[in-house]
Design a protein around this ligand. Structure first.
Ligand SMILES: N[C@@H](CCC(=O)N[C@@H](CS)C(=O)NCC(=O)O)C(=O)O
Length: 215
């Protein structure tokens, strides 16, 4: 039994979707932005960030890519990644890390650069740069699916698609505008939204339809 520390439409969305697709047993601890900042939560995730996933043995995992990598390996029979150790798995990990270590932080910076900037002008400059940079990463994913889609691993649906879906929900300046510029990503997102197992999760996160995140 897992415990998912969850905030609506935050970084736990991908983990919630993946646990549902895996048909795993888990309980959810719904949290507020204030609770995420508390010392109690930092005992579980020293970074004070969502997502975090409690395991049955008392450990707590953090960092979205680590959680995704752990879960696909812990449930290999569900085939949410290529076979562990295969070349395709290496490629899966490359794309997962592109999304988690490059794209995710630049998207976060598009929302707010206040932690990095001294003046509003400086912040506006940083967020504009982050937007350009994130568009560049999205173009890589878009081209990958245009060449061999419809999913990020070609014909095979995988955890990568849930991750890309989550990031696309945060599309700026609006999800609609974002989808217009990245049609292969938009198609992926609409196919993810249609998956039966995900319906309760999407409902709980308020992202059943376009723009649910408020962008
Ligand atoms: N590198 C982390 C990033 C997680 C992250 O930035 N989470 C955001 C929500 S999307 C968060 O918890 N922010 C809380 C805060 O900044 O106080 C991961 O991939 O898990």
């Amino acid at each position: 039994m897992y415990t998912l520390y969850n905030v609506k439409a935050w970084g736990s969305l991908v983990v919630d979707c993946l646990l549902a697709e895996l048909d795993a047993r888990y309980t959810i601890v719904w949290m507020t932005a204030e609770q995420v900042k508390t010392p109690e939560f930092r005992k579980l995730n020293p970074l004070g960030l969502i997502p975090a996933l409690g395991l049955a043995d008392g450990r707590t995992l953090y960092e979205s890519a680590a959680i995704v990598s752990y879960l696909v390996a812990a449930h290999p029979e569900k085939r949410m990644s290529p076979p562990l150790g295969s070349g395709a798995y290496g490629e899966f990990m490359s794309v997962l890390h592109l999304m988690s270590t490059e794209l995710y932080p630049t998207i976060s910076l598009c929302f707010s650069g206040s932690g990095y900037a001294e003046t509003p002008e400086h912040e506006a400059f940083l967020t504009a740069r982050a937007r350009e940079r994130s568009d560049g990463y999205w173009r890589i994913l878009e081209q990958r699916m245009s060449a061999a889609g419809p999913w990020l691993m070609g014909q095979d649906f995988s955890a990568l698609d849930l991750y890309a879906f989550m990031l696309s929900v945060w599309g700026r300046p609006s999800e609609q505008e974002f989808n217009h510029r990245f049609p292969a990503v938009a198609k992926l997102a609409s196919q993810v939204r249609a998956r039966p197992r995900l319906q309760p999760v999407l409902q709980a996160h308020g992202v059943m339809s376009l723009g649910g995140y408020g962008s």
